[in-house]
Design a protein around this ligand. Structure first.
Ligand SMILES: [Zn+2]
Length: 338
């Protein structure tokens, strides 16, 4: 097996809507992910440019939420004694506690800071360093208590288009004894690649991308940042951590590198007038052929006439779409990284 970057060039021809005989040709590219073999459709005309959205009204109306400093310690759930006798796990301004509405065996929330709402250029590396440190500590203590819970996601859904009903910046830390679909695909395909090549797919991919130079952004410590060949979302940026599969085994330097990459990506999104995003860190313990991955995508911006970015392609055809040519995204985002 080798790493193949396969693509199909599709083209749609039609006559101009303003009459005459001029034929207009619109290209679309379908790319196959080299690991999972999933198809991704690059549709660059899909969304109109956005204006910056004024958040002052929505922030004013929702301020004083359950995650705001005056409520968070009194009104949110406490961890079981086996995990934290203090009830909460805190590092700096980040506070972790169990989710009142968990979606699995272990569901926690990590509130990033006391600010009720941040624009994407206001998130700092320190904020994420603290929040990821709390997340790692939650996972570490939970796994000491229940070693079978080795499949974890640390995810952020930011603002309503990202799927969050609460504006206040927070992460979800969710752990189970079984993987999600995405984790299963990553693990199964990484294992097949290892069996065939006796090398790690993720190391090989980084080496190839570095050599090609078209999608590799930079390395920050042991974290390699790149744009996916076949993205599964808009403006997708990935980071792969050399030598780690679970966030619990990472040192402070790697946590800080993850934080820097997230913040660099969000600054780029801000410049593009984007305000909503998702990311997931796939943190899986006890795997030899996998390396910890973070994937960050933007969502259609939160605004009065909101346009959902999941169409029948994503929800019914299982064909994922991206709105920028990956190589162009890499070229644009590179200057935003340290
Ligand atoms: Zn709040």
């Amino acid at each position: 097996m080798e790493i193949k970057f396969e693509r199909f060039h599709l083209q749609s021809d039609f006559r101009s809507p303003i009459g005459g005989s001029e034929v207009i040709s619109v290209p679309t590219e379908v790319r196959i992910d080299p690991l999972t073999k999933r198809r991704s459709r690059i549709i660059t005309w899909a969304l109109p440019p956005q204006d910056e959205f004024d958040f002052s009204k929505v922030a004013r109306e929702s301020k004083g939420c359950i995650f705001c400093p005056e409520n968070i310690l009194q009104k949110t759930p406490q961890f079981l004694n086996e995990i934290s006798s203090e009830g909460k796990i805190c590092v700096g301004g980040a506070i972790g506690f169990p989710n009142l509405y968990p979606a699995g065996t272990y569901g926690s929330v990590v509130v990033l800071c006391g600010d009720h709402l941040l624009t994407l250029n206001q998130f700092t590396s320190e904020i994420y360093e603290e929040a990821l440190s709390v997340s790692a500590e939650i996972i570490r203590r939970t796994m000491d208590f229940d070693p079978d819970a080795r499949y974890w996601q640390i995810s952020q859904n930011y603002l309503l288009p990202g799927g969050s009903s609460i504006l206040h910046p927070h992460l979800q830390v969710i752990g189970d004894p079984i993987p999600t679909n995405e984790m299963g695909w990553l693990l199964d395909n990484s294992a097949s690649y290892y069996e065939e090549n006796r090398t790690l797919y993720w190391n090989d991919l980084v080496q190839i991308e570095k050599g090609l130079g078209k999608r590799y952004i930079t390395s920050i410590g042991k974290v390699h940042w790149f744009v996916s060949f076949a993205p599964i979302g808009f403006n997708e940026v990935c980071g792969s951590v050399e030598g780690g599969t679970s966030i619990t085994t990472l040192g402070q330097e790697e946590i800080a590198s993850l934080a820097k990459g997230i913040v660099s990506t969000l600054k780029y999104y801000y410049e593009k007038n984007l305000n909503s995003f998702n990311f997931s860190i796939y943190s899986i313990a006890g795997e030899t052929s996998y390396q910890l991955l973070i994937r960050i995508i933007s969502r259609t911006p939160f605004q009065p006439s909101y346009l959902n970015d999941c169409t029948s392609f994503e929800v019914l055809q299982s064909e994922l779409t991206a709105n920028i040519i990956p190589e162009e995204l890499c070229r644009e985002i590179r200057p935003h990284f340290p």
